[in-house]
Write a protein that binds this ligand. Structure first.
Ligand SMILES: Cc1ncc(COP(=O)(O)O)c(C=O)c1O
Length: 388
């Protein structure tokens, strides 16, 4: 059964692409005119635990757990992308933990998605609930009917991963704020180029930079961005005192990955749309879900609040064996978890206990040349149908 009507040819939201593109051009050249002759453009890696500090403590660099010139450079870049201030962390989960730990006290209520990233739910259930925080979950599709005004913190992703339902960011921010709570968005799937939750009313955004931001599947990293100086101060204090600090080399690698973010995101979006359309028109999948398809229930919202539709596609095959055979049989799909790298990958999400069918695959497109990727995925899907 296909879920795309004949004759429908969805198109990406190209109207907003020029403004995102010119923003990135400004970003790339934000410091080009500043350096003195002979200065390097690439930031230095500074592996040090101590800094010269005679007399009374003074200056921005005093001890390696508190600051590092590489952090300053990367936080400047990440903040510039979001028109906000950034604090970096050694993983996406360290960024999640900082937001949870600084935003909640015993007696507060926290709302998470039941169909969002499982690591966030695990952190809340294992560490916050025993300390007296009331942790509630709600399916993304039910959020519109969920009272939000009683929550101190609402932490959501959109699209929700892995099923790709969307959250209306502007409406949700208004409802959370009406009760005096804070809305934080995990924007990992979309990147700052694909979605700007702070502009739509969110109090903070956080990322697993392990995924698209670094983009090369070789670093675990994360960050938080906010325009709220009080929140920023608490999160910085959490890192400085708590000690969850990024290493200088990993910091430099993320800075390097960031330089090509716009190129990679454009290719990811192009590849995902081409592959989703081709799979939706194929007899193999029982269903194909991608926000860029007009058949997606939140397609209109996707066009309104996202620039491009992201790199994840959900498809369902008949059963576990068929799904495994498809992944194994496609030369351009790595069998791995995670997403956002240069190489396309896929996995059956039921293997992690997600409440999805046994044949449900999360396909994460990479940056391969579009037509070669599309053709190989369709060849592998043809083989699945032939075996039936
Ligand atoms: C949406 C999302 N947020 C947060 C995380 C956690 O990031 P990390 O693995 O970098 O700690 C992940 C990891 O898969 C993720 O997919």
């Amino acid at each position: 059964m296909l879920n795309i009507p004949p004759g429908v040819t969805p198109t990406p939201d190209t109207d907003s692409a020029p403004s995102a593109g010119s923003r990135f051009a400004e970003f790339l050249h934000r410091e080009s005119k500043v350096p003195l002759p002979g200065a390097t453009f690439a930031p230095a890696i500074t592996p040090t635990s101590v800094y010269a500090m005679p007399g009374d403590p003074a200056g921005p660099y005093q001890y390696g757990r508190w600051s590092n010139p590489g952090w300053t450079a990367l936080e400047g870049a990440l903040g510039a992308l979001e028109d906000a201030e950034a604090i970096i962390f050694p993983s996406g989960m360290a960024a999640v933990s900082a937001v949870l730990a600084t935003g909640l006290r015993p007696g507060d209520r926290l709302l998470l998605q039941s169909d969002g990233y499982g690591g966030t739910r695990a952190a809340a259930a294992k560490f916050l609930a025993p300390m007296g925080v009331q942790v509630d979950t709600c399916a993304t599709a039910q959020l519109a009917g969920q009272p939000l005004e009683t929550y101190r913190l609402v932490l959501l992703e959109t699209p929700a991963n892995p099923c790709l339902d969307l959250v209306d960011l502007r409406a949700t921010a208004r409802r959370v704020r009406a009760g005096g709570g804070r809305l934080v968005i995990d924007n990992t799937l979309m990147t700052p180029l694909g979605q700007r939750p702070l502009d739509l009313g969110a109090d903070a955004v956080l990322y697993s930079d392990t995924k698209i931001l670094n983009g090369h599947s070789d670093v675990i990293f994360g960050h938080v961005c906010t325009r709220d100086s009080d929140l920023l101060g608490r999160i910085e204090e959490w890192r400085r005192i708590g000690g969850a600090i990024p290493g200088p080399f990993e910091t430099w690698m993320v800075q390097r990955g960031l330089e090509t973010l716009e190129l990679r995101v454009a290719r990811l979006n192009e590849n995902a749309l081409a592959v989703a359309r081709a799979l939706a028109a194929h007899a193999g999948p029982l269903s194909v879900v991608y926000p860029g398809l007009e058949t997606h229930p939140d397609h209109a919202l996707a066009r309104a609040q996202m620039h491009g539709f992201g790199s994840l596609i959900c498809l369902t095959l008949r059963d576990r064996d068929e799904a495994e055979a498809f992944i194994d049989g496609c030369r351009f799909l790595r069998a791995q978890t995670s997403f956002g790298g240069v190489h396309s990958s896929a996995e059956r999400r039921a293997r992690w206990g997600d409440p999805v069918d046994a044949g449900f695959i999360r396909l994460a497109v990479g940056c391969e040349p579009t037509e070669a990727l599309r053709a190989e995925i369709i060849r592998a899907m043809d083989a699945v149908v032939e075996r039936r």
